[in-house]
Design a protein around this ligand. Structure first.
Ligand code: ING
Length: 311
């Protein structure tokens, strides 16, 4: 039997971050949850997407300086440094989502992987940007990720950290099977992600419960189909009156939910994740080398939108 491969894994769900909340106040909340996770035996903590600010893509913002307030120009930076310092002193790694403004002026919805020594070992820029770029005057709120961010240019990559192979993604990426398959083809053992998911669908009258249902189906199915642990951290609750779903979860490679947040506030959930669970599924069920036939999957890469049946 291979050695003990247990990862003390935590998801730190965040309650609302309002427009008026400072980064300093948010970072204090993150540090508090990091300490709680450590106290419960976690060595790695997943924070949400865009964790440092309110979910600003809900607003139509024309003033560039006002919009730039929501982005980080450097990472770490003085506001976030206390989180890096505390994580290093507690020897805890973490995933953090934030809005990135590069020195060249490019904007991405970004996440980083930080190891127990406080070093950034991986970066990911969101590829599946949902929503729209036009101003929907009749909508109760906007979803302007296609206006405020570029499509990520770093691809889906797996990173080795503290003896475990991590994949990262962000929010809407979790709904696309390609995300997990590209990562599991790099032998990722765990995929970590943050999300901000509005309860209300601005495109059609979707029953509210379906937001949580489709969120869980996406994580559980893809965890099982790729023999992955999946840890997903919500920023949730009502941000200045705009509600987002919670249901942060840690899902095992069996597809089963190993832990789930119960509130819509700051809440830490933890699992002593046995990474060996994925081994059996990779060997006996989703043994890619043994069973896959990419010559029959070509449409997945060759086509963007759906088209005519193959001749
Ligand atoms: N939010 C939502 C998400 O993917 C969404 C947007 C919800 C798209 C439901 C489609 C269906 O959870 C972000 N930020 O991607």
């Amino acid at each position: 039997m291979n050695s003990d491969r247990t990862l003390g894994l935590a998801v730190a769900q965040m309650g609302p971050v309002h427009l008026a909340d400072s980064r300093e106040a948010v970072v204090r909340r993150l540090i508090e949850m990091l300490r709680e996770a450590k106290g419960r035996g976690a060595g790695f903590v997943v924070f949400p997407e865009l964790a440092l600010t309110t979910f600003f893509p809900r607003y139509w913002i024309e003033d560039q300086d006002e919009l730039d307030r929501f982005y980080e120009r450097t990472m770490p930076n003085p506001q976030v440094q206390p989180l890096f310092d505390e994580a290093r002193s507690l020897s805890v790694g973490f995933y953090l989502g934030y809005a990135e403004l590069t020195p060249e002026g490019r904007r991405f919805n970004t996440a980083i992987l930080v190891d127990k020594a406080g070093a950034i070992v991986g970066k990911y820029r969101k590829i599946h940007l949902p929503g729209h770029s036009d101003h929907k005057l009749d909508a109760p709120f906007q979803h302007l990720e296609k206006k405020y961010f570029e499509v990520g240019d770093l691809g889906f990559r797996a990173f080795d950290m503290d003896g475990t192979r991590f994949g990262m993604c962000l929010c809407n990426d979790r709904r696309w099977p390609e995300t997990y398959r590209v990562l599991s083809l790099q032998t990722a053992e765990i995929v970590v992600l943050g999300y901000n998911t509005p309860s209300v669908n601005i495109h059609w009258n979707e029953p509210l419960h379906l937001r949580t249902t489709t969120h869980l189906i996406s994580l559980q199915a893809n965890a099982y189909q790729n023999a992955l642990w999946v840890a997903a951290a919500a920023k949730c609750g009502s941000e200045d009156g705009f509600h987002m779903i919670g249901s942060s979860v840690i899902v095992a490679p069996t597809g089963e939910i190993a832990a789930r947040a119960l509130s819509e506030d700051d809440e830490v959930i933890t699992v002593q994740a046995d990474l060996r669970i994925g081994d059996n599924f990779r060997q006996h069920v989703f043994n890619f080398a043994k069973h896959r036939s990419p010559e029959h999957y070509r449409l997945i890469v060759e086509r963007v939108g759906a088209g005519e049946p193959l001749a």
